[in-house]
Design a protein around this ligand. Structure first.
Ligand SMILES: Nc1ncnc2c1ncn2[C@@H]1O[C@H](COP(=O)(O)OP(=O)(O)OP(=O)(O)O)[C@@H](O)[C@H]1O
Length: 247
């Protein structure tokens, strides 16, 4: 099941539209969300997370429509969101923070606590379960953020630049984590890093200035690069071709 955006518009200020009449079907699997700075990626993820409400249009998952109050809770339970900054909750240990996130999504205290252990285990934080969340490194905090989405068994996990600021070794850890979790949920991941596209993602969404420039399989995206471009540079060349065409 996928999230469907239909004719969505959104602006932070009355006159400016950051997303303009956007229609998009997010397929299951791993989707990478690309676009220049200010394209609207974080805004789109916040709309998909139902943290922001579109000015016009709809966001639906199956028969759940975020415009309907009675659907919102169920929708939010199915959709996990990892914003750019994962904030440690003051006074909470790693496992407690994962459990707290599940409780906020509507699990009972007991369920949230029980599930939190498996969630932190899946992201490799089992040994740090009793450590204060405030003492985690940036990469560990992001892993805790992912665990928070796993506690409530989100079917779609939205991640906003999860690898920004991570060193190459940590980025590799993140990629293999994503690989491990693919059987559990679908992922929509925004990033500026195009080098690992072919290995990690099934499809690509490219936004620029709130408009959709491309949506399709990773293979068809890479095919947009000129034939002579080497394999490891094809994503970058395809991206540049589409964005420059737009300027
Ligand atoms: N809270 C806000 N109030 C007003 N304008 C905002 C706010 N957040 C974002 N914007 C504006 O909305 C537009 C889209 O921003 P957004 O953060 O969604 O882009 P992005 O593609 O995620 O960018 P980046 O790659 O730099 O993170 C930008 O013009 C930005 O200045």
């Amino acid at each position: 099941m996928t999230i469907h955006l239909s004719r969505c518009s959104f602006g932070y200020r009355r006159r400016d539209l950051v997303l303009d009449d956007l229609t998009l079907d997010l397929p299951s699997g791993c989707v990478v969300l690309l676009g220049p700075n200010g394209a609207g990626k974080s805004t789109l993820l916040a709309l998909l997370a139902s943290a922001l409400r579109p000015r016009a249009g709809s966001v639906t998952l199956g028969d759940l429509d975020t415009r309907r109050r009675r659907d919102l809770k169920r929708y939010r339970r199915q959709v996990g969101w990892l914003p750019q900054q994962v904030t440690p909750v003051p006074g909470l240990r790693v496992r407690e923070q994962a459990a707290y996130a599940g409780w906020l999504k509507g699990l009972s205290r007991r369920d949230a606590w029980d599930r939190s252990l498996e969630a932190i285990e899946r992201v490799g934080l089992r040994e740090l379960a009793e450590r204060s969340a405030a003492q985690l490194s940036g990469g560990q905090l992001r892993r805790l953020g992912i665990a928070q989405t796993l506690v409530h068994s989100a079917r779609v996990v939205l991640m906003d630049e999860p690898t920004a600021g991570l060193d190459p070794a940590q980025r590799k850890v993140f990629r293999s984590l994503l690989d491990d979790l693919k059987d559990q949920a679908s992922f929509v991941v925004s990033t500026h890093q195009t080098e690992d596209l072919a290995d990690s993602y099934d499809s690509v969404v490219l936004l620029d200035q709130g408009h959709l420039l491309f949506q399709g399989s990773t293979v068809s995206f890479l095919d947009l690069a000129p034939g002579e471009v080497a394999q490891e540079r094809r994503a970058e060349a395809a991206y540049a071709g589409l964005v420059e065409e737009e300027v």
